[in-house]
Ligand binder design. Structure first.
Ligand SMILES: [Zn+2]
Ligand SMILES: [Zn+2]
Length: 365
């Protein structure tokens, strides 16, 4: 079949909107008609070459849609169901999956932007095109593994459902599944984009006492207050570490989250973490980045550093919970998605993100 998609042919170049061919789903695969796709910074890293990916590729990893057709052997889904797409479709059989860490599935890691059988479904004539995260939702239609489709129990608006495919589990999950933030504790969050706002929502959800938003853009800091931030620190004004310490009786925060993705912000997050505190690294820094951590301080002050990928969430069980939390008013996804675009406007959508526009944008099909 034909599908209109946005293709990255060359790093540093705009995405090319064109019609591609999409082969039928094979064994254990599903054809999804995409409903919405989020404008996430991870795609931008591939466009800029900060992270490597095989080219050409259809990006887009934060998506939701409707099952159009199922391939042979698919038993858990039927046409017409709303699904949230997981960009780590846990195979269920590798060591990581069996041990309960499907968010870092080994089989998916080994096959990356190919389907599990090592082939691709997207092509333009003879030229095959890769599928980011086996999702590739910057396309009207996607073929995805059955394991990467998570049905919602009650339908939710597609743009909100798409958010549950990346920034919601990544941010909220970092707080509740990874750091396990305790009620009454203090939290500092560096970077208040889509994921950072979800870290803030997660911290509010577990009743942190102080939630300090850190950014260099005043508009983002103001916006963060809508999602539960109690204090804001503008790192462009003055040393953010000193400001966070002032807000936490000189101790530093109990839990810090680095969401921006750089060595400098990681070091700042570490330095603003208090005694016995935990720094959780959520943002992905450019390849090769190394952060200088004080080797004595980490021991004497018993600090913990941990990384979290996809919020340490288990897509098949956690996405439906997050969807229900949205439906019961616990997660403010209505205020999160502030801009809507058509697929033809995708380069403009990324331009708006580069300009530092607040909140999340989404392509709506
Ligand atoms: Zn993302
Ligand atoms: Zn696996």
């Amino acid at each position: 079949m034909k599908t209109k998609a946005a293709v990255l042919y060359e790093v540093g170049q705009p995405l090319v909107i064109e019609e591609l061919e999409l082969d039928d789903p094979k064994d254990g695969e599903v054809l999804v008609k995409n409903g919405a796709a989020g404008i996430c910074r991870s795609d931008r890293h591939f466009m800029h070459g900060d992270a490597p990916i095989a080219l050409p590729v259809v990006l887009g990893h934060e998506g939701a849609g409707t099952v159009e057709k199922v391939g042979p052997g698919v038993t858990s889904l039927r046409p017409g169901q709303q699904v949230i797409l997981s960009f780590v479709p846990s195979c269920g059989r590798c060591k990581s999956c069996v041990e309960g860490h499907g968010n870092v599935c080994d089989s998916h890691g080994a096959t990356g932007p190919f389907m599990y059988d090592g082939t691709r479904r997207l092509h333009k004539g003879d030229q095959y095109i890769h599928h980011m995260g086996k999702v590739a939702c910057f396309s009207e239609y996607s073929v995805v593994p059955e394991a990467g489709c998570v049905p919602t129990a009650s339908p939710i608006p597609m743009d909100k459902a798409a958010m549950i495919g990346c920034c919601v589990p990544t941010g909220v999950g970092a707080v509740i599944y990874s750091a396990n933030v305790q009620p009454g504790s203090t939290v500092a969050v560096i970077g208040c984009g889509g994921v950072g706002l979800n870290v803030i929502m997660g911290a509010a959800l577990v009743n942190a006492s102080k939630i300090i938003a850190v950014d260099i853009r005043e508009s983002q800091l103001e916006f963060a207050m809508k999602f539960g931030a109690t204090h804001s620190v503008n790192a462009a004004d003055r040393d953010p570490v000193a400001q966070v310490k002032e807000l936490t009786d000189g101790r530093g925060a109990d839990y810090t989250f680095e969401v921006f993705g750089s060595a400098d912000t990681m070091k700042a997050a570490y330095d603003m973490t208090g005694k016995s505190g935990t720094m959780t690294v959520v943002g992905i820094a450019p390849v090769g980045a190394e952060a200088g951590i004080n080797a004595v301080d980490i021991v004497r002050n018993e600090k913990t550093i941990r990384g979290t990928y996809y919020g340490s969430a288990r897509s098949q069980t956690d996405f439906p919970k997050l969807a229900d939390m949205y439906l019961s008013g616990k997660l403010n996804l209505d205020d999160l998605v502030v801009r809507h675009y058509t697929l033809d406007q995708i380069n403009e959508a990324y331009g708006d993100m580069d300009k530092g526009e607040i909140g999340r944008g989404a392509i709506v099909y």
